[in-house]
Design a binder for this molecule. Structure first.
Ligand code: ADP
Ligand code: MG
Length: 589
């Protein structure tokens, strides 16, 4: 591509204004030359022949008059086999490789190839000469970890392409030509296994978008039964500092029922990413028995990296997600935290001297957030198969105040809202998703009527609890007190879940349905309890038995034994199941 030149005329932190000669376009990559080092940046506004660019690196040493070269290319992701298992920064530099080259402290202007150019891949052709293909259709495959990686006609190719030749089955590097296609004007184009795609543009090489209807199991009871997420849907997890957003995302990334997980650590403390990096390679994927890292990509952008690259990391990660969706896979993108990205936007907007919106965020904050979540979706691909990108983003509002712009803008576009509350996390009730404020538009794994029954007891119990704070236990009737105990028990045995216990953290939908039925029969029963003390003792025992039950492997002998103990205690309390609960349980079968 042609390269254009320019000179810096003013500097404001990460933002530089460049007077250019030639033809510069938005989102174009540029390099600033400083003391023999090339720093990477991106054009974010053009006024006449002055381009304003954000620099993705530390900008000390940059001065007016420095030379800038524009590459003619937009900020783009490099797509091809070998992405899985990688740890990248926001600009898709493989971090382990950078560390090897630069040591403990990253140097400026050091870039590394994001895909291995030497590794050979076992290519199997799937198209033959004469086949007519479009962008997003594939002409061959290579195995990548447990998946079949499809080799596509690059997404930016317009019109139809006739296959002239395809390489034979064999090993090739990603750079070797594996097919030659002829475009509509008769030009021959050699294709290799990799290509680039501008990260800010959504990949649209699908036949149709489908409504997200299939539930994505996260194995977290509170989410799957009460506030579910659909494959191809979107959800957000706002919560105050330390409420458990990151831990919840880590749990989801391990157990969620998806093929590929992309973790975008965006502007959070480095320590959190270190945990992921050290933990993941050792973990075993519960579905395939292989290393969890084989199906994970980590885009790592911590608070110590320049703010401008947060934006790049968000878009790069969603582009990688769309790429794997195109192969008919279900991809989950977890972004932690989108607030940090919004803060980066605010910072750049301030430097651009734009008119500020609410809380000094730019006026286009909402549309940017909406555009990001819109890239999620369940789609039908040209070959008839389906793929999905599910996006889950955390939001870290200052002081846990959900009325702030980022949370509100996110709430408008997502399909499920998991609000974490300080109150619950302080009480060590994890996951700290507050059932009183959370909601979801998707279909749960359990019967809706059953969860509604539990939710009504829960909420009734919360009311009694707050009333009891005023009138005391003495002023509460026995019936109300029992409702309160039932609600507390539901919270403790079903909503709360130990993320650090292998069995409890991974609660399948079958198990959730089974446990929920048992819980409903307990909640929907009358007991021969004559005093509040009796009631408290009884429900505390019952609660403990349920918790023990949660730690037993599903349908194992120990599981059966623990269940029998619950049944025995139920008999002891002379439990009589109500007609409503009985109908509910029967109706679900
Ligand atoms: P955030 O990302 O919201 O700032 P973290 O996810 O880092 O918060 O959680 C903070 C701390 O809360 C964790 O270090 C852990 O001790 C505790 N915690 C969070 N979730 C759980 C959980 N499910 N089980 C047990 N402890 C948890
Ligand atoms: Mg966190």
């Amino acid at each position: 591509m042609a390269e254009y030149k320019g000179k810096i005329i003013s500097i404001n932190g990460n933002l530089v204004s460049v007077q250019f000669e030639g033809d510069v376009s938005m989102n174009e990559i540029c390099y600033v030359h400083v003391d023999g080092v090339r720093l990477k940046g991106e054009v974010i506004r053009i006024r006449g022949n002055v381009a304003q660019a954000q620099i993705f690196e530390m900008t000390n040493g940059i001065k007016c008059g420095d030379n800038v070269e524009f590459t003619g290319n937009m900020l783009s992701a490099h797509l091809g086999p070998g992405l899985l298992g990688q740890v990248y920064d926001g600009l898709q530099n493989p971090l382990p490789e950078l560390a090897e080259r630069a040591g403990w402290f990253l140097e400026r202007g050091v870039y590394a190839e994001c895909l291995d150019l030497e590794k050979k891949w076992d290519f199997t052709p799937s198209a033959k000469p004469g086949d007519v293909l479009r962008a997003g259709e594939y002409f061959g495959t290579v195995p990548e970890g447990p998946f079949t990686h499809k080799i596509f006609i690059p997404f930016h190719f317009l019109g139809t392409y006739t296959v002239k030749s395809v390489a034979e089955k064999g090993s090739y590097t990603i750079d070797e030509t594996v097919a030659v296609v002829v475009d509509e004007r008769g030009r021959e184009i050699p294709l290799s296994m990799h290509f680039r795609w501008p990260v800010k543009r959504a990949v649209k090489c699908y036949s149709e978008r489908l409504a997200p209807t299939e539930t994505m199991e996260t194995k977290v009871r509170l989410i799957d039964s009460f506030f579910p997420v659909a494959k191809g849907g979107t959800y957000c997890t706002p919560g105050p500092f330390g409420a458990g957003k990151t831990v919840l995302q880590h749990t989801t990334s391990k157990y969620a029922d998806v093929d590929i997980v992309i973790i975008a650590a965006c502007g959070e403390r480095a320590g959190e990413v270190v945990e992921t990096l050290t933990e993941f390679p050792e973990l075993v994927d519960p579905k395939t028995g292989r290393s969890l890292m084989e199906r994970t990509i980590i885009i790592c952008n911590t608070s110590s990296m320049p703010v401008a690259s947060r934006e790049a990391s968000v878009y790069t990660s969603v582009t990688l997600a769309e790429y794997y969706r195109q192969m008919g896979l279900n991809v989950l993108l977890l972004a932690d935290s989108t607030s940090r990205w919004a803060q980066a936007l605010r910072e750049m907007s301030g430097r651009l001297e734009e008119i500020p919106g609410e809380e000094a965020f730019p006026a286009y904050l909402e549309s940017y957030i909406a555009a990001f979540y819109e890239r999620a979706g369940c789609v039908r691909l040209p070959d008839g198969s389906q793929g999905s990108v599910t996006i889950g983003g955390t939001v870290s509002p200052a002081g846990g105040n959900f009325e702030e712009p980022v949370t509100q803008a996110t709430l408008k576009v997502v399909g499920a809202f998991h609000g974490l509350s300080r109150e619950r996390s302080d009480a060590r009730k994890y996951p700290a998703i507050d059932p009183q404020i959370s909601w979801s538009k998707y279909q749960p794994v359990t019967d809706v009527k059953k969860t509604a029954f539990c939710k009504s007891i829960l909420l009734h119990g919360y009311e009694v609890a707050s009333m009891m704070k005023v009138v005391g236990e003495e002023g509460t009737s026995l019936d109300d007190y029992i409702i309160y105990l039932k609600s507390e028990m539901t919270d403790a045995v079903y909503l709360q879940q130990n993320s650090f216990d292998l069995v409890d953290a991974n609660c399948s939908k079958e198990r959730q349905r089974y446990v929920l039925d048992k819980l409903i029969s307990v909640l929907g029963s009358e007991y021969a309890l004559s005093s509040k003390d009796d009631a408290r003792v009884f429900f505390n025992r019952l609660r403990q038995k349920f918790i023990d039950w949660n730690y037993k492997e599903y349908m194992s002998e120990a599981f059966r034994a623990a269940e029998a103990e619950i049944d025995a205690l139920y008999e002891e309390g002379c439990g009589k199941v109500s007609r409503e609960a009985e109908l509910l349980i029967k109706g679900g079968e």
